[in-house]
Design a protein around this ligand. Sequence first.
Ligand code: IYR
Length: 222
Amino acid sequence: MTNGKYVPLESYREYPVEEMRQRAGSFRAEMQRRRSVRDFSDRPVPREIVEECLRIAASAPSGANMQPWHFVAVGDPATKERIRAAAEKEEYEFYHGRAGAEWLGALSALGTDHQKPFLETAPYLIVVFSQSYGVAPDGRQVKHYYVRESVGIATGLLLAAVHHAGLAALPYTPSRPGFLNEILGRPENERPFVVLVVGYPAAGALVPDIQRKAFEEIVTFA
Ligand code: IYR
């Protein structure tokens, strides 16, 4: 705490404990309504909503504040079509050999297969890229730190923001996702981290009948 330049923390707000309890509880209830959706409507979503959510993602903390991410919000139907075609080709190989029996067994409750119609139906695909290093204006490489942790946090905020806005999302992790660099023209220092499929759920959308682990199983106070 000696060398950096500091400014007063003006944005922090303290709430009375009762209000804190109420806020924590209502946010919990709100977040517990979130489900991953695979059946999307083609109903358009205003671009400014997606922009707001991306600004929230961009507020995430990151290793040495390097912000090692880039987000591509794909709304163009022709680009979505190319992404779907390339993704389904890779997924076909995944589901017909590459995955192996154990992985396919773990996925069976989700009922997924190589077909990814949502990549065309949903109005937006937010492709989150992680940057393994940065590139300074003079072309020199800039080291990035804790890249996966940082991009994971940003993606979590993005997912929460999309849900909070009243939209549905699917964090889709394509098998062998290198085609996303090609289609979206992203540079060599960037790797696709996840595709957040965003839109309204289709009327009558179904979700897998699965449960969260018990709280006691996943939490220890020490
Ligand atoms: N990428 C494939 C397989 C898949 C893998 C995991 I781990 C999932 O939680 C869900 C699917 C697909 O999206 O179908």
